[in-house]
Design a protein around this ligand. Structure first.
Ligand code: UDP
Length: 251
């Protein structure tokens, strides 16, 4: 166990709380059991979800880091807490899609399950007050959240994360349909993968199952009232542990 002490609450999101610590170069993230969907119109408490997402995220961050992806992750403290580097998170939801699903199929004529080659990259403006809208290239430029060079860096990093994550998850029988990442800049200006990578933020299908509902192992089980949400997340953890059993403790 680390002797680091937790300080003031800095930010509370829908699924996590972020706290200062007694070290200026470390912040603590607490994963909550709260589940929300449809811009928080649908809410529930799912006992065990926080611990599962914390562990899945930690293992995936470690695996990505081992493959050269820079992340904010430092280590876990116990089942619900993760220590990370402080970053200035860019208010963009960067979505990479390998297979058509979700909002894409509601917004254009494409059948769910259609392979997307090359992967499709979508940017959304992360602001609940505006309903996290999909951005056009022109609007992205107009918002001026990042420079054109940084935008290129963001695109490259998101696609690299996709390549690595997709390969890794395929090894344990999971299809990475799509996912959302948030990226941020560290104090020294390095672009880092931040936030979390979990079944809350990825669509994951069991490659061995053909039934279009039974194969879902992610938050769509909650969105679509399919039941077995925590069990599905548990299955994802079990699979990921096949590659790397335990996350490192932060000391
Ligand atoms: N996603 C997310 N947070 C959001 C919106 C989307 O983590 O606020 C993830 C979602 O779980 C999926 C991917 O991003 O893996 C693409 O989501 P989509 O645009 O299809 O939206 P949805 O169908 O969730 O409304």
């Amino acid at each position: 166990m680390t002797d680091l002490s937790i300080g003031a609450l800095l930010y509370e999101g829908k699924a996590k709380r972020v706290y200062a610590t007694d070290r200026s170069d470390v912040v603590a993230v607490e994963y909550k059991d709260d589940a929300t969907a449809f811009n928080a119109l649908k809410k529930a408490q799912l006992a065990g979800k926080g611990a599962l997402n914390c562990r899945i995220s930690a293992l995936l961050f470690e695996q990505l880091e081992a493959r050269g992806v820079p992340t904010h992750y430092l280590g876990v403290r116990d089942s619900l807490w993760m220590l990370v580097r402080p970053v200035r998170v860019i208010p963009l939801e960067v979505v990479v899609r390998n297979t058509a699903a979700g909002s894409l199929c509601k917004q254009m004529p494409i059948e769910p399950g259609t392979p997307l080659t090359p992967p499709l990259l979508d940017f959304y403006y992360k602001d609940d007050a505006f309903g996290d809208p999909l951005l056009s290239e022109a609007r992205l430029e107009r918002l001026a959240l990042v420079t054109p060079a940084q935008l290129e860096q963001i695109r490259d990093l998101a696609l690299r994360i996709n390549d690595e994550l997709r390969r890794l998850l395929a090894q344990v029988g999971l299809e990475l349909v799509d996912f959302k990442v948030e990226l941020g800049f560290s104090d020294d200006g390095e672009l880092l993968l931040a936030d979390e990578i979990s079944p809350d933020t990825c669509r994951l299908w069991d490659r061995a199952v053909s039934d279009s509902r039974a194969r879902i192992l992610d938050k769509d089980r909650f969105r679509q009232d399919l039941g077995g949400v925590v069990e599905a997340y548990g299955e994802v953890l079990k699979r990921v542990q096949g590659v790397c059993p335990e996350p490192r403790l932060y000391r």
